[in-house]
Design a protein around this ligand. Sequence first.
Ligand SMILES: [Zn+2]
Ligand SMILES: [Zn+2]
Length: 137
Amino acid sequence: MGVNENSLHGRCLCGAVGFQVSGPFGRETVCHCAQCRRWHGAPGPYTSARRRDMVFSNERGLAWYRSSTAARRGFCRECGSSLFWERAGDEQVSIAIGCLDEPTGLAARHHIFVAFKGDSYDIKDDLPQWPDGNIVD
Ligand SMILES: [Zn+2]
Ligand SMILES: [Zn+2]
């Protein structure tokens, strides 16, 4: 499968955050870290794109939570949707796949941070599993 170069539209549940983002999209992962599990209530399915390829049509609800010294998480302050993860100084922003309008053409390719997986579910597919955030292709 080639790199998805499409332009996709995303929004939060209430619409107070809306954006257009174009590819290349990358790093299609399901993150099992304890932060993502609390943030989403479940493992977090993400893709990533360049920050400069994102254009917001509505930022009224956009707020950021500094989740660690190196990263912050974007959400809608009006409806609570979990939307973005961004490392300080990185040109890539991780985007929760669930907020993108379908068809996305995206699919999870890796499970990451499986060393921190929750005990309430099992991983039942055959995708590669990585103990932390390092994917070694
Ligand atoms: Zn919202
Ligand atoms: Zn995570």
